[in-house]
Design a protein around this ligand. Structure first.
Ligand code: ITT
Length: 211
C-alpha cells in the first residue's frame, strides 16, 4: 500500500542545487519542507551499490534522526563510453570542495582518449532515485532518467553540477542554459524533462495530493 505524504517533510540533502529543485518540485503540494542542514542532520556514508540504495540510506537516516518523513535524492551522470562512470560517484568526481569544471574536464579528457568525438559516441544519461522514508521505516521509492549527449565546451551557468555539459535529447540548449522551470519541464507545460522531475512526477502520482 502506498502512503500519502502530508504535513512536514525533511529534505535530506546537503547539495544546495538539489535542495532548491526539490523545494520547487514540492511547492504545489502544500508540504512544509525543512532541509537537513536547517535541522543540523549529519551526512550518512553512501555505501549502496546503486542510486536506489543510496537514496534509501539518506532518507532512512534522516527520518530516524528527525522523527518526521524524509525525502532524499540520489542521482548522477552515466556516460556510455566510460562504462557508466561517473555514475553513483558523480559527486565524488568533483572532490571537496566541489569543482565541477574539473569533473567535466576529466570526463572530456577520457572521452577524447576513447575517440568519442561524435554525438553518437557521447551518449549519457542522468538518473534520479527518489526515496521518501517514514520514521517507522515505510518507504516510497521511484527512479527515472533523461537521455542526451555531452557537449564540449560546457554551455550556460544555470543549474548545478554537470548541467552545462548535458544536452537532453530533442533540445537545442543544455541544462545549464535552461531556467529551472524549463529543466523540470513539468505539467501543464510539459510531462517532466529532467531525471529528477520525471521521478518526481512518478512520486506525486503515488504519494502526493495537489493542493
Ligand atoms: P546529497 O547526497 O547531500 O543529496 P550529493 O551532491 O552528494 O548531495 P549525490 O551523491 O546524489 O548528491 O550526487 C549526485 C551528483 O550528481 C551531484 O553532486 C551532481 O554532481 C550530479 N547531478 C545530479 N543531478 C544533477 C543535475 O540535475 N544536474 C547536474 N548534475 C547533477
Amino acid at each position: 500500500m502506498h502512503r500519502r505524504i502530508t504535513g512536514k517533510l525533511v529534505i535530506a540533502t546537503h547539495n544546495p542545487g538539489k535542495l532548491a529543485e526539490m523545494r520547487e518540485l514540492l511547492a504545489p503540494y502544500g508540504i512544509e519542507a525543512v532541509s537537513a542542514g536547517e535541522l543540523g542532520l549529519g551526512e550518512p556514508e553512501e555505501t549502496g551499490a546503486d542510486f536506489r540504495a543510496n537514496a534509501r540510506i539518506k532518507a532512512v537516516a534522516a527520518a530516524r534522526s528527525a522523527k518526521i518523513p524524509a525525502f532524499a535524492d540520489d542521482s548522477g551522470l552515466v556516460v556510455d563510453a566510460l562504462d557508466g562512470a561517473p555514475g553513483i560517484h558523480s559527486a565524488r568526481w568533483a572532490g571537496k570542495p566541489a569543482d565541477f569544471s574539473a569533473a567535466m574536464a576529466r570526463i572530456e579528457r577520457l572521452l577524447q582518449e576513447r575517440g568519442a568525438t561524435t554525438p553518437e559516441k557521447r551518449r549519457a544519461h542522468f538518473v534520479s532515485a527518489l526515496c521518501v522514508a517514514w520514521p517507522d521505516d515505510h518507504l516510497e521509492e521511484v527512479e527515472a532518467r533523461v537521455d542526451g549527449t555531452l557537449v564540449w565546451p560546457p554551455r550556460g551557468t544555470a543549474g548545478f553540477g554537470y548541467d552545462p555539459t548535458f544536452l537532453p535529447d530533442g533540445h537545442a540548449r543544455t541544462f545549464g542554459e535552461m531556467t529551472s522551470i524549463e529543466k523540470h519541464g513539468l505539467p501543464p507545460l510539459g510531462l517532466g524533462l529532467s531525471h529528477r522531475a520525471r521521478a518526481f512526477v512518478k512520486l506525486a502520482e503515488i504519494a502526493l495530493d495537489r493542493r
